[in-house]
Design a protein around this ligand. Structure first.
Ligand code: KG4
Ligand code: ZN
Length: 343
């Protein structure tokens, strides 16, 4: 089956064409028009600006996805779209476009939760079935959760952040360090400079809730800790790589340590990583190390870099599974749901 997927939940206008096969989805095209350059000057995403940009970009992006895939819209079997969570005015462009196309082409319409999409980024181009139950560390700009997946489409949230999301913490720390937006890639780059310099390491930030009896997270205290550390350090501008390094270590250690504990408690067969922060090199490295060292015979699946931050290929991948289950929505009763919850 051939599917078109659309994703407009935040500041990327994205469309992808995929084909369903035995183990998941094969991606034929994956087009992302990012608004990062536009929002950079405001230091974050401005919803009204994002919404207007989606309206301009959506049809050219879809057209390009068809062109790159080499298929015509009449060949499609279904359309999948991110229905939420996300920015309401951003989601609406994708949802209404998907509804119009499903109506005109008279094909099924599939609702995909954005987080579910991130999880299914792990189901692209697979060569064998993923063994369940799986524990998924889902880390993005808006969400931080450890999810237990016992079967397709059934998710249990085992732990989540009580305040800031991991990506949000990276973005806020980057702002304090004058590194601009988006903060995750900027901090990661600076942190690598520190390793290269290999200078003497002096800064120490907390690892919030690392030993708590539950699997929740809290990152707002870490942001405050770095703010106080900078206020007390007259020469912080000379030590930005060191701050970036220690901040990244603190976030990664907490995320990985709790994921390993959950995987062990629930006898996971597979650990997966999902969401924009899964682009982080250090997180990928540390999770790989700890799954190998601390868990027995557990598979690790990490999405390809291009499928980590917001894209429509991941929505297509989730859509393929929903198509198999005939999990369709009626365009007449379907609208974007900015608070849609996964579980
Ligand atoms: O999943 P995503 O593209 O959008 C949301 O659904 O929120 O995630 C965006 C978040 C941003 O906070 C960004 O700073 C973070 O992912 N991010 C990273 C990296 N690349 C993106 N965080 C840490 N390291 C990275 N390399
Ligand atoms: Zn996302």
């Amino acid at each position: 089956m051939k599917i078109l997927a659309i994703e407009t939940s935040c500041d990327e206008t994205a469309a992808a064409v995929a084909v369903g096969f035995e183990f998941g989805a094969k991606i034929f095209s994956n087009v992302v028009s990012s608004q990062i350059e536009i929002h950079k000057k405001y230091g974050g995403v401005v919803p009204e600006v994002a919404a207007r940009e989606h309206v301009h970009q959506i049809l050219p992006v879809i057209d390009e996805a068809f062109f790159q895939a080499g298929i015509k819209k009449e060949e499609l079997d279904a359309i999948a779209v991110t229905g939420g969570p996300g920015l309401m005015s951003s989601l609406q462009t994708g949802v209404e476009t998907a509804k119009s196309l499903a109506y005109v082409l008279n094909i099924p319409l599939i609702f995909v939760n954005h987080i579910e999409g991130h999880i299914y980024a792990n189901y692209i181009d697979l060569e064998k079935e993923i063994e369940l139950p799986a524990v998924i560390l889902t880390v993005s700009g808006g969400h931080t959760m450890i999810i237990l997946m016992k079967e397709h489409g059934k998710f249990e949230v085992i732990g989540e952040t009580r305040d800031d999301a991991a990506g949000e913490a990276f973005d806020k720390a980057a702002k304090l360090l004058d590194l601009g937006y988006p903060g995750g890639p900027a901090i990661s780059k600076k942190a690598e400079e520190f390793k290269i310099q290999n200078s003497k390491f002096k800064i120490s930030l907390p690892r919030p809730m690392i030993d708590s009896a539950n699997f929740d997270f809290s990152f707002s205290g870490l942001k405050t800790a770095i703010r106080y550390a900078l206020e007390d350090d007259k020469n912080w501008k000379d030590r930005i790589p060191e701050y970036a390094y220690e901040f990244q270590e603190a976030v990664v250690e907490v995320l990985v340590s709790k994921t390993i504990k959950v995987a062990s408690k629930y006898n996971a067969q597979t650990v997966m990583l999902a969401g924009g922060v899964s682009a982080n090199k250090r997180l990928r490295e540390k999770l790989t190390e700890d799954v190998n060292d601390k868990l027995n015979d557990v598979n690790l699946i990490i999405p390809e870099l291009k499928f980590t931050t917001d894209n429509a290929a991941m929505i297509a991948s989730a859509g393929v599974f929903k198509y198999k289950n005939k999990d369709f929505v009626d365009w007449k009763n379907f609208s974007a749901d900015c608070n849609h919850s996964l579980a």
